[in-house]
Design a protein around this ligand. Structure first.
Ligand code: NDP
Length: 489
């Protein structure tokens, strides 16, 4: 069966484009899928436009839309094993982690299902005149172009698709060209749950050819994008001529601030998961360890000893705790950042190379790496390397910790570790980031907003604001007893 889903039908790319998908863990061919070009993208936009302008979905009662999302959550739970396996083959991610992702994805649909069904966002406005009925209602934005990355393919997709549909929009989804399979499976589940044709459309293909039309076409009302900063800037510029609503999640270079009075064992443990989870390919990764000077030597020694011992392997290796990078090109990018850091004076404490285990030779693996004595002007500290690379900087006091934490163009997330609750909250409130964890790193729940400050982007996913992102507020004013005004008499 072809893999593009347009107007409720599975079709092949008009120009016959195909792409091979390989597993990053060992290079094996997973499948060959259809590869859309601009014509397919425009056909998908037209289908979504038709479904929005003339189809039943936007005017389906909110309670029914919410019920559909809850049904999708049930189907995701039913198919969890197959979805997790597909995600692991595309990304190289450990199967158990893909399984956690699938649970989170089902929860996301369930959350937006109940939020949608509950309604309650419309409100009556008291104008002070009983002869006026004034209310603010919330309507869908229209056709949404949803562009998602390869690191959490279905999770990032769910964060967009569930609220977009909940609000009554139609959409065209373009997942990363590298990780298409769970998006294909989601289209089948949406159809099985009863979504009308044209409300959900899927194009697979490269950003420049299949993705770009979503950002330029006047038939698209909104673009929601998660990915890199450079692409985000390009999308913002491409959306300007047609003044599309946009939401951007552009990653981060997130500080993990550890004070000497922190719970030592927990802080060491979380310093590792903060950055080495999924080989550092996490937008909220705590890739910058900011450590109080007096704790530095012992703490970094322990982090390095633990990092050296992390078992590496493919998605189905139950011993492994971390896996490969997504592609050869991405690994080269990570290597270039490490090389640049070393040239600028960073001290390599561990990693900095590909593993020498011959069993891993066909995958895109890179050893967990710790670079000590870093400074915030180094490119490996400034830029998102998006790999298993922890940089270490020292601070002497609270003010310096905050200054270093904020010395980045990004503002997605950050962590602060301290036994002093007042200090931890002071630092958290001064950190310019969309999410701050105190004595923790990485957890999130669908009820709480997620998104960035500064160049990490704008707009929020998850939480009530994540639904509002896909809505327009409209003020409807009704004069209950209109009389001549006589203004021009
Ligand atoms: P990109 O930002 O290039 O890609 C993300 C998505 O945007 C993909 O679906 C991509 O398509 C698409 N895209 C690319 N160019 C365009 C365009 N002109 N118009 C519309 N869509 C486009 O991420 P990369 O995969 O190249 O990764 C680059 C860096 O981005 C990483 O090294 C990392 O630093 C960061 N990143 C951040 C993520 C986050 O969660 N915030 C997630 C992933 C990456 P395609 O892949 O098909 O080209």
């Amino acid at each position: 069966m072809p893999e593009l889903f347009i107007g409720g039908r599975w079709i092949a790319a008009v120009d016959g484009g195909k792409r091979e998908i390989h597993c990053p863990a060992d290079g094996t061919l997973v499948a060959t899928v259809d590869e859309a070009g601009p014509k397919d993208a425009r056909a998908a936009i037209a289908a979504a436009r038709e479904a929005f302008d003339r189809g039943p979905w936007p005017s389906t009662p909110a309670a029914e839309r919410g019920r559909l999302l809850s049904r999708v959550a049930d189907l995701l739970e039913r198919d969890k094993a197959a979805l997790a396996r597909a995600e692991s083959l595309d990304t190289g991610k450990r199967l158990v982690e893909s399984g956690y992702d699938m649970d989170d994805i089902a929860n996301c649909f369930r959350y937006f299902g109940s939020l949608t069904a509950a309604g309650g966002t419309d409100r009556i406005v008291d104008t002070g005149d009983p002869g006026i009925d004034s209310r603010v209602v919330h309507e869908p934005v229209g056709v949404c172009g949803l562009i998602t990355p390869w690191n959490y393919p279905l999770l990032q997709t769910a964060w967009k698709v569930a609220p977009a549909l909940g609000a009554g929009n139609t959409f065209v989804l373009k997942p990363s060209e590298l990780t298409p399979h769970t998006a294909i499976m989601l289209m089948r589940l949406l159809t099985e749950a009863g979504l009308p044709p044209g409300a959900a459309n899927l194009i697979l293909g490269a950003g420049a050819s299949a993705g770009a039309p979503l950002t330029e076409d006047p038939g698209v009302d909104m673009v929601s994008f998660t990915g890199g900063l450079v692409t985000g800037r390009r999308i913002m510029a491409a959306a300007a001529p047609t003044v599309k609503k946009i939401a951007l999640e552009l990653g981060g270079k997130n500080p993990n601030v550890v004070f000497a009075d922190a719970d030592y064992e927990a802080a060491v443990d979380y310093a590792l998961t903060a950055v080495f989870l999924h080989s550092g390919q996490v937008c909220s990764a705590g890739a910058r360890l900011l450590i109080e000077d007096s704790l530095h030597d012992r703490f970094v020694d322990d982090v390095v000893a633990r990092a050296r011992a992390i078992p590496i392997g493919g998605p189905f290796d139950e011993r492994a705790r971390t896996g490969p990078l997504i592609s050869a090109a991405h690994r080269e990018k990570v290597e270039a950042y490490v090389d640049a850091g070393l040239a600028e004076g960073a001290v390599l404490r561990c990693g900095g190379a590909r593993p020498d285990d011959p069993a891993l030779a066909d995958g895109f693996y890179y050893l967990p790496t710790v670079l000590d004595e870093c400074r915030s002007e180094m490119s490996v500290v400034r830029d998102e390397s998006f790999g298993p690379v922890l940089t270490v900087e020292r601070f002497r006091d609270e003010d310096e910790a905050v200054a270093l934490a904020n010395d980045t163009v990004y503002g997605l997330s950050g962590g602060v570790w301290s036994g002093d609750v007042g200090k931890a909250h002071r630092v958290a409130s001064r950190m310019r980031a969309g999410t701050v964890w105190i004595n923790d790193f990485q957890p999130y729940v669908p009820q709480a907003e997620w998104g960035g400050m500064k160049q990490s982007g704008f707009g929020r996913e998850l939480g009530p604001a994540g639904l509002a992102e896909y809505q327009e507020a409209k003020h409807v004013w009704r004069n209950l007893s209109p009389r001549r005004l006589g203004w021009f008499e």
